[in-house]
Design a protein around this ligand. Structure first.
Ligand code: TYC
Length: 100
């Protein structure tokens, strides 16, 4: 392979391994039930019941909290899933992504 070819291959590999991570941040509100937030943390973010309870209470008390940290596309999908599940259940729960 030529030097140029190797350089292009290397660039493609680098792009595929983008190390940037994103936080999925849950926002508090007055209407979503604590049980629903715990359910979301267990189902979407694979948290144990104890961890899910702790994160939910952190958000409830502090206004926001980190549900998990993931590569961009995973973080965006999880945030969208949270919003869709909440809308379907009639809750205003919001999740946003932020660079970690
Ligand atoms: N504040 C909500 C209540 O008192 C519970 C809640 C916690 C809502 C975390 C959203 O991201 C949230 N029912």
């Amino acid at each position: 392979m030529t030097e140029t070819g190797d350089a292009i291959k290397e660039r493609i590999r680098t792009e595929k391994r983008d190390p940037t991570l994103y936080k999925v941040v849950l926002l508090n509100d007055d209407y979503t039930t604590m049980e629903f937030v715990i359910h979301v943390l267990e189902e979407v973010f694979q948290k144990s019941p104890a961890e899910a309870y702790q994160i939910m209470m952190h958000v409830h008390v502090n206004g926001r909290g980190i549900a998990g940290v993931y590569p961009w596309e995973v973080a965006e999908t999880k945030a969208e899933t949270v919003i869709t599940m909440a809308r379907d259940a009639g809750f205003p729960l919001k999740a946003v992504t932020e660079e970690a």
